[in-house]
Write a protein that binds this ligand. Structure first.
Ligand code: APR
Length: 320
């Protein structure tokens, strides 16, 4: 059986890391695409040259021609401009919307059966636009945010509790922005929900609130430290987890920016929700119960995403 084909649209910091991780995990043959001639080819060759040492059986190539992504099983999109210090994800909107148009058309023409994972920010609006521009079925186009936001939350919690990250599960929903919704009630250590751990004296409500805020600001914290770009190791690892769930039909329950039609009172809208990812793409949107406060936070987050989508429609009339 032929190996799966993974196309990485955008070969910058995240794109290169995606290629390296996908190769190390032998998820399939990898094509790096970018408009900056030389970059995808150089990264592909560099990673290919690590193959004999790492013992990787995967073909690597780089290209500036969409024809070379033909028949890709998975496309992971990072094309666009990344945040610089002082820029919000939303500042990227106008620039990256144009990029989504060309990427959507390229995927539609050459890889219409692919499972598409968008990482480009502002995420929830870009994945919405990418689905529209590509015309691919909505359950085959999703955005990576919840896995990353939850991973950040899990990391901070494991440090606070001094326990292995493996035993910390966490839930972050809503848009991938300052209004994201870390759900403490559904986040656990060894199955014990966080509010119970506060009652047990493992931490205080104040410390938990600070961790929630740090999670919300997780992307900006890295931008502030790096000064010349945004996070790439954790975003790449998160998208690879989603790609692997699809390619191996793992039916993983992962939070992602999915097309929600009916659940959560939404009609045809992309926002971060728990989903089941398997060979069918986003096979299911899981609707959880939220209390009044959680619902209020979620609604605020949805409103923020709606604002971005409205801005996209204003910039590009074809999306209206
Ligand atoms: N088509 C293809 N590639 C493009 C296009 C385009 N129209 N426009 C820009 N690119 C490429 C750039 O040449 C660059 O190599 O996208 C790449 C982006 O890489 P980086 O600038 O290194 O950004 P990265 O850190 O990888 O982040 C990519 O993901 O998390 C988000 O906010 C982040 O939107 C940003 C994206």
């Amino acid at each position: 059986m032929a190996r799966p084909k993974i196309a990485l649209i955008g070969s910058g910091m995240i794109g290169g890391t995606l290629a390296h991780l996908a190769a190390l995990k032998e998820l399939g043959d990898i094509v790096l695409f970018d408009i900056a001639d030389g970059v995808p080819q150089g990264k592909a060759l560099d990673i290919a040259e690590s193959g004999p040492v790492e013992r990787i059986d995967a073909a690597m190539s780089g290209t500036t021609d969409y024809a070379d992504i033909a028949g890709a099983d998975v496309c992971i999109v990072t094309a666009g401009v990344a945040r610089k210090p002082g820029m919000s994800r939303d500042d990227l909107l106008g620039i990256n919307l144009k990029v989504m148009k060309s990427v959507g058309e390229g995927i539609a023409a050459h890889a219409p059966n692919a499972f598409v994972i968008c990482i480009t920010n502002p995420l929830d609006a870009m994945v919405w636009a990418l689905q529209k521009f590509s015309g691919l079925p909505a359950h085959k186009v999703c955005g990576m945010a919840g896995v990353l936001d939850s991973a950040r939350f899990r990391h901070f919690l494991s440090e606070e509790f001094e326990v292995s990250m493996r035993d910390v599960t966490a839930f972050v929903l809503g848009g991938h922005g300052d209004t994201m919704v870390p759900l403490t009630r559904y986040s656990t250590v060894g199955g014990i929900p966080l509010p119970d751990l506060v009652d047990m004296g493992w931490t205080t409500q104040e410390k938990l609130d600070a961790i929630v805020q740090r999670t919300r600001d997780g992307g900006a914290e890295i931008v502030g430290l790096l000064k010349t770009g945004s996070a790439y190791y954790a975003p790449a690892a998160s998208a690879i987890e989603m790609a692997e769930a699809y390619l191996k039909d793992q039916k993983r329950l992962l939070p992602c920016a999915a097309h929600v039609d009916g659940a959560y009172g939404l009609d045809g809208f992309y926002v971060g929700v728990p989903t089941v990812i398997g060979a069918g793409g986003v096979e299911r949107v899981v609707e959880i119960n939220m209390n009044k406060d959680e619902k209020a936070m979620f609604d605020k987050s949805v409103d923020a995403v709606k604002g971005l989508v409205a801005a996209c429609k204003e910039i590009d009339g074809s999306l209206a």
